[in-house]
Ligand binder design. Sequence first.
Ligand code: MRU
Length: 375
Amino acid sequence: MRVDGTRRRTIWLEGDGRTVGIIDQTSLPFGFRTARLTRLDEAEEAIRAMRVRGAPLIGVTAAYGMALAMAESASDWSVDLAYGRLLAARPTAVNLRWALDRMREVLDITPPGERMARAYAEAASMAEEDVATCEAIGRHGLRLVKDMQALHPDRPLNILTHCNAGWLATVDWGTATAPIYQAHQQGIPVHVWVDETRPRNQGAFLTAWELGQEGVPHTVIPDNTGGHLMQRGMVDLCIVGTDRVTAEGDVANKIGTYLKALAAKDTGVPFWVALPGSTIDWTLEDGVRDIPIEQRGGEEVSDLTGQTRDGRVETVRVVSPGSPVANYAFDVTPARLVSGFITERGLCEATRDGLSGLFPDQDDRTRPRNAANDA
Ligand code: MRU
């Protein structure tokens, strides 16, 4: 998507064919900075410090992290070390494990002398696939947006989103935002309610910034406003992203998503979740019980960074000194609260049957049956 009118992606390979370029998202929205990753530890730090964030982008960055590791040393030991360090960088987004498993599978069957080139090629394919996947999520989600807009032809469709599942969270397009961008590009009037998303403000900082860059009408609201707007008929549709979906359709996403889903259920507002197939964790069923929830540093809750009126970026404390804080980064929305999934293969119900129907090649319950049928 565009930054000051110029098309950009969140991650790219620099001209030397080795260095990985990223948009440093910790500088947004008050400044635009890029960063260069040249070593495994820099890729690991970029994920951990959330210079890159969002499930799909974390996965692609980890893939490039493996390539950077192979450029340093391509031994079996280095493959294991890089895999372990990158996997531990952030626990909730399963795309990280998905990307690392895919890289390790490729590297395990590649002789050390060829591993570096193979790793860069695989990471580049993943980045390209992510763009195509998100574009397809947008195409399928657009049908939903069009259908809903047809119910209110006299006014823009009001869509609420939480956190940033925009292009900054992927390589391009985003997941939750892809249908919104495609609708906007086709002249379908949309307006986005952007949850600010405390504690790190991904909505107020990132989603608002990228929608603004694309000229999509939007309004930032405090996190506790959504329920009120839904009661007043001011939200037609919720679309959020996700970091991990269990085989039964439970959805982990940024803390606060669950409360929006509860309000949506109570008020009859459709609550859709956009995701690539790589976000489904087929090994888990009960998300509330089994999805690991990242807990981050308390300073993200006790402190706020913003811009002063004279343009300086400063961090201030917003919690009474001495009071303990808690920082759970994600929560789980049970499948029963989800109206459906928007994926690169189409729309489906938030159930195992729904997911298996679209991804029979990924679900162990249907995969052996297919293999038997093929034989
Ligand atoms: O902590 P973050 O900023 O990485 O959390 C991001 C989210 O929760 C997104 O909604 C999710 O990763 C989906 S991104 C397409």
